[in-house]
Design a protein around this ligand. Structure first.
Ligand code: SF4
Length: 150
């Protein structure tokens, strides 16, 4: 059975920096959940960060929070834990939240905390991608469904 790694906040878990979730409503997700296909992680919490926490953005290969603290190690730890879960469950697909400095698969914020988005991948999305795991987002969930069901 194909399993899928999924951002915890998509499932209504209040793990975001602001203490909120980012629920992704799609009937297929409930089906996959009922089938036991979803492997859930919030990489930032897995990396040791708290809820709520300061906003963070990538700047080159580092990650800083909005107060200038370097949180790169926590982000890397979370990414490694996500990869470990993928390897443990033979996961080939991840459904991750776009724009997040951990989970973004196509676009992220530019490190200036000005709301500017640039092309790029979050720390976890990038590590998974480098290991052959295909990263999808809320914007490409239909493609993921086709891929899993083919
Ligand atoms: Fe959601 Fe990923 Fe941010 Fe955690 S790190 S709150 S799973 S987008």
């Amino acid at each position: 059975m194909e399993k899928i790694l999924i951002s915890s906040c998509f499932l209504g878990n209040k793990v975001r920096y602001d203490g909120e979730s980012k629920s992704l409503m799609h009937p297929q997700l409930q089906t996959w959940k009922d089938e036991g296909r979803l492997v859930v992680i919030c990489p930032e919490v897995a990396g040791g960060l708290s809820v709520p926490r300061a906003r963070a953005e990538q700047s080159k290969d580092l990650v800083f929070d909005e107060f200038g603290n370097n949180v790169t190690e926590q982000f890397k730890r979370g990414a490694n834990e996500a990869l470990r879960l993928c390897q443990q469950h033979n996961i080939r697909y991840a459904l991750l939240k776009e724009f997040s400095p951990s989970c973004g698969g196509r676009m992220i914020y530019d490190g200036t905390f000005s709301g500017t988005k640039v092309r790029g991948m979050g720390v976890t999305a990038k590590l998974l991608s480098q290991h052959g795991i295909d990263v999808f987002s809320e914007e490409s969930v239909e493609q993921l469904i086709l891929r899993v069901n083919q």
